[in-house]
Design a protein around this ligand. Structure first.
Ligand SMILES: [Zn+2]
Length: 434
């Protein structure tokens, strides 16, 4: 008798706690038609299990037509993983009913509001994981919440799929198209951003950087939305130019400043590497050693010590130095306000470069001449487009790719990019769980 009394006293706090848990769940994760019946620890005491049952008299809903339907039978109990709590995994236990749906003329499993029937995670937990997966890498998210990478993937996929199905495209004034390399061996993605003054977001991710892949974007948004686009920003990649000519013939097409600068930096880098190698072979003083960032960064971004080293380097009569000076001179272009004067400057710069006998720079000059009008469109549109937006988005995209390192399949990257840059609507939730 005494022993029993002690047991009751010892068991009471746990029992009380479990009751509180149900009260909390009813506050934050309540669904009409269902009740939390009881909560308890699992056999191994590692997780908390909460039994759920249908509220008496409430009919099951057919998962195909979303209407209530008469019951047919009940399936064995399933475990739906909920948000972990104080170091315990939490599961909702529920036996799904099947309905005999006359509308669907079939026996169909019921629809439950906390999950989608196919996945083992509850919607609330998926949204919770997906939100963390935007801040941490997917691997870190899985580790932090003692779950698997696959479940984090599932969670992000669920949230992104919902977001894409429920987003509103509305009117799009300006788009920027950009390519990004995601694996060795020339594997590229095509990214299309909306770059309106008030909305910047990733609209679309396509495999490869071909005409077909970019056309996929226009198929997605439809002719109506496409015909109203006023500005298109891109680089000089010919397949993009072709699609833009075709699909947005009315829009002002602008070659993005950031892409031109990037191209020039790449050429300069190539010249420096080649010359540095030749100097080493000839046994000359390796003055170009460790000069890469001195030459690629804008001078105003260099530290004082680096600035001295750059000045020092510029005294040498090297191809690299001449190319650097040409690149620096080119920067003036962006200060012009009028397209006419910018055009005059551009022509003069190209003339100088063509006399320079530095082939990678000449290649750029030829390409700039060829795209002269598109470059000058930058000045024609200047005040109406926030410059540097595509560059900023490109940097964010690269950061996202680095975070998903190790899982560089197209599907993973596609999801990760939409998730972090798409500004997609999220599934509704009964409560903000963090
Ligand atoms: Zn039905």
């Amino acid at each position: 008798m005494v022993a029993r009394a002690i047991l009751v006293v010892l068991a009471f706090p746990i029992f009380h706690f479990m009751l509180q848990l149900i009260t909390i769940l009813n506050r934050c994760h309540r669904f009409p038609g269902f009740v939390y019946q009881q909560a308890g620890f699992s056999f191994d005491h590692k997780s908390i299990e909460i039994a759920v049952r249908p509220r008496k008299g409430s009919a099951a809903v057919c998962s195909r037509c979303h209407q209530s339907a008469p019951g047919y039978d009940q399936l064995p109990e399933r475990r739906f993983e909920f948000i972990p709590f104080w170091g315990f995994l939490v599961f909702l236990l529920y036996s799904m009913r099947r309905v005999d749906c006359r509308r669907c003329e079939a026996v169909v499993v019921e629809q439950v509001p906390w999950g989608d029937g196919k996945r083992t995670l509850t919607n609330a937990y998926m949204l919770f994981l997906a939100r963390w997966a935007r801040r941490l890498s997917w691997k870190e998210t899985a580790e932090a919440f003692h779950t698997s990478w696959e479940k984090v993937f599932d969670a992000v996929e669920h949230v992104v799929t919902f977001g894409l199905a429920h987003r509103t495209l509305g009117q799009i004034d300006a788009i920027g198209v950009d390519e990004i390399q995601y694996a060795k061996g020339h594997k590229y993605l095509t990214l299309v951003y909306q770059i309106d003054l008030d909305v910047t977001r990733l609209l679309w991710v396509g495999k490869e950087r071909t005409i077909e892949s970019f056309q996929g974007f226009f198929t997605t948004i439809g002719d109506e939305v496409a015909s109203k686009i006023v500005f298109v920003c891109s680089d000089m990649w010919e397949p993009y130019l072709k699609v833009i000519r075709e699909k947005c013939s009315e829009a002002l097409h602008i070659l993005d400043r950031f892409h031109i600068v990037a191209k020039m930096n790449k050429a300069l880098d190539e010249i420096r590497a080649g010359e540095s190698r030749r100097m080493a072979m000839d046994g000359r003083t390796p003055v170009l050693k460790k000069s890469r960032w001195l030459l690629l960064k804008r001078e105003e971004n260099l530290k004082t010590e680096q600035r001295f080293r750059l000045r020092d380097l510029l005294r040498y009569n090297l191809r690299t130095v001449r190319a650097y000076l040409l690149k620096e001179a080119f920067q003036q272009l962006w200060d012009y306000n009028s397209a006419t004067w910018a055009g005059k400057f551009l022509d003069e710069w190209c003339r100088q470069v063509m006399r320079s006998r530095i082939e990678p720079m000449k290649k750029i000059a030829r390409s700039l001449r060829q795209h002269r009008e598109l470059i000058l469109n930058y000045f024609r549109a200047q005040k109406l487009l926030s410059s540097g937006v595509v560059e900023g988005l490109n940097n964010k995209a690269k950061l996202t790719m680095r975070k998903s390192y190790g899982f560089r399949t197209f599907r993973c990257l596609e999801l990760a990019l939409y998730h972090s840059l798409g500004k997609l609507p999220e599934p509704e939730s009964t409560h903000d769980f963090f």
